[in-house]
Write a protein that binds this ligand. Structure first.
Ligand SMILES: [Zn+2]
Length: 259
């Protein structure tokens, strides 16, 4: 049995509100314990686990020990931790929870989204290659977007074709090609690098913000509007670049600007 990221909270919480006596009675079932064992084994020492919406962040500090490093100041976070601790122990792991960094519960939806993004970024900075080099230390600008397949997905009682892509980056230490989910790449590299695309000749199309487009037009410089394929060579473009207005930087000019 396999659980997605957001399933976990529902499984652990069972959809109820915080209630201390229920937390004490709660016991994880066999499927959840097995999942926990497998999940924790996949995260390297120094890696973190921050179940979406739980308000708790755990770090793996050695083979069998985890530590609660951050916790939101909210009764639900305390309640989640009581249950996660039982789950860790049932999976044969130890948890230290004496000194988590406490942070205030968000005051608004925007604040909560910002905190979630920050937590996710922290996790992304810990992603590592098989050789243990953090992905954040790769040359993220030299990403190649790879078209994987087109899938028909159900949409409004009909089906709708969706393109699956991967962002490929290469390890500067062991030369391994790492294919990332585009959303994960965006999280790791940031929006500016995500919103540029390299053609087969090494030229870069860099998407412009609305203000940048205004300045381009005012200064009389022409950009390029992108569709689903590159005009002329018919190279496929990744969906997140569709409909953007870009400046084009040929390979030759990029080298000159680095000197
Ligand atoms: Zn590597």
């Amino acid at each position: 049995m396999k659980f997605g990221k957001s399933w976990l909270i529902i499984l652990v919480r069972g959809g109820e509100m915080s209630d201390e006596s229920k937390d004490e009675d709660w016991e994880p079932d066999e499927d959840l314990i097995l999942w926990m064992r497998q999940h924790c084994a996949k995260i390297g020492i120094g890696g973190v686990w921050s179940p979406d919406g739980s308000g708790c962040t755990y770090e793996r500090i050695d083979l069998d020990t985890w530590s609660l490093v951050r916790m939101m100041e909210h009764p639900n976070a305390i309640s989640h931790h009581v249950r996660f601790k039982k789950l860790f122990i049932a999976a044969g792991l130890e948890v230290e929870d004496e000194n988590p960094v406490q942070y205030p519960a968000p005051m608004s939806f925007e604040e909560s989204e910002r905190q979630r993004l920050e937590e996710k970024r922290e996790i992304a900075l810990n992603w590592r290659c098989e050789c243990h080099l953090p992905l954040a230390e790769f040359d993220l600008e030299k990403r190649i977007d790879v078209f994987i397949e087109e899938k028909d997905v159900p949409y409004n009682g009909d089906t709708h074709p969706v393109q699956i892509w991967a962002c490929r980056i290469i390890c500067p230490s062991c030369d391994k090609e790492v294919n990332m989910d585009p959303d994960d790449y965006q999280l790791l590299a940031g929006n500016e690098l995500y919103m540029q695309w390299r053609d087969s000749e090494g030229g870069i199309y860099k998407a412009q913000t609305r203000i940048e487009v205004r300045d381009l037009v005012d200064s009389g410089v022409m950009g390029v509007a992108l569709g689903s394929k590159l005009t002329g060579t018919e190279e496929k473009l990744p969906p997140w670049m569709w409909g953007t207005y870009c400046i084009y930087i040929p390979a030759g000019l990029q080298e000159k600007s680095e000197d």
